[in-house]
Design a protein around this ligand. Structure first.
Ligand code: NAP
Length: 248
């Protein structure tokens, strides 16, 4: 039996990068996958088609993670289309990097809204369903930057550190109802988000990583699979660094 056989999962921001990796690994492991995107309709529909070929139900939804109303509508649509929600992966995220001196209020606010408020929006929207089922697993995609901080990323680091506090609080609140909430802190993962960085800087990072390479979306997806499945049935409120040893 596959690890996620028959489970329904919502993954935010799966039209590319880490989210696509998670959707693929989940579908390969038997999960039905509802996933969101913001603007990449072409890749989202391609992924929907590809993963539907694995014999599970897969559907892409255009939904802005930063909007409270959109999260409620999304969850209502997913419940209608899939009949239940067992797993929520809060993965959608952006960067708008700058030194504090040059960081605009708009760039601070949009990073907090898309990365952090989205987690509140989605978790609140699935809560009732998971409470009724007395079962659920929520995984929040934080970052090593939320644990350690990073010059030029005060907005991003604040959003990712906020996700860790949110994760631990929700784990404490919902544990008695068998709803688990954990976070993953990826290190340097090779996606479009990191492709915009200077190659020399990136090379310096790779050399500083004990495993001497950047991570892949699959590396993160496998950690998500652990948290989403019953393999981690007794694990909640944790932050797992998946970073090649970067923070060691
Ligand atoms: P990515 O390649 O830039 O992909 C971001 C995904 O989020 C896309 O599917 C995008 O949809 C979606 N998205 C962006 N804004 C959205 C919004 N307002 N509403 C809904 N979806 C939205 O990023 P990634 O590297 O895969 O990162 C995924 C997550 O991991 C993020 O939370 C990121 O902070 C975190 N992370 C990444 C790294 C890394 O090294 N890559 C390290 C640590 C943590 P569209 O395609 O439609 O824009």
């Amino acid at each position: 039996m596959k690890l996620l056989e028959g489970k329904n999962a919502i993954i935010t921001g799966a039209s590319r990068g880490i989210g696509t990796g998670i959707a693929r690994v989940f579908a390969e492991n038997g999960a039905n996958v509802a996933f969101t995107y913001s603007s990449s309709e072409g890749p989202a529909l391609e992924l929907e088609k590809e993963l539907s070929g694995l014999g599970v139900k897969v559907k892409a939804y255009k939904s802005n993670a930063a909007s409270f109303e959109a999260a409620e509508q999304l969850v209502a649509s997913v419940l209608e289309d899939f009949g239940g929600i067992d797993i929520l992966i809060n993965n959608a995220g952006i960067t708008k990097d700058n030194l504090l001196m040059r960081m605009s209020e708009a760039d601070f606010d949009s990073v907090i809204e898309i990365n952090l408020k989205s987690v509140f929006n989605m978790t609140k929207a699935v809560q009732r369903t998971m409470l009724k089922q007395r079962k659920g697993s929520i995984v929040n995609m934080s970052s090593v930057v939320g644990v350690k901080g990073n010059a030029g990323q005060a907005n991003y680091a604040a959003s990712k550190a906020g996700m860790i506090g949110f994760t631990k609080s929700v784990a404490l609140e919902l544990g008695s109802r068998n709803i688990r909430c954990n976070a993953i802190a990826p290190g340097f993962i090779e996606t479009e988000m990191t492709a915009k960085l200077d190659e020399k800087v990136v090379q310096g990072w790779r050399e500083g990583i004990p495993l001497k390479r950047g991570g892949s979306p699959e590396d993160i997806a496998n950690a998500c699979l652990f948290f989403a499945s019953d393999l981690s049935a007794y694990v909640t409120g944790q932050v797992l660094n998946v970073d090649g040893g970067m923070l060691t």
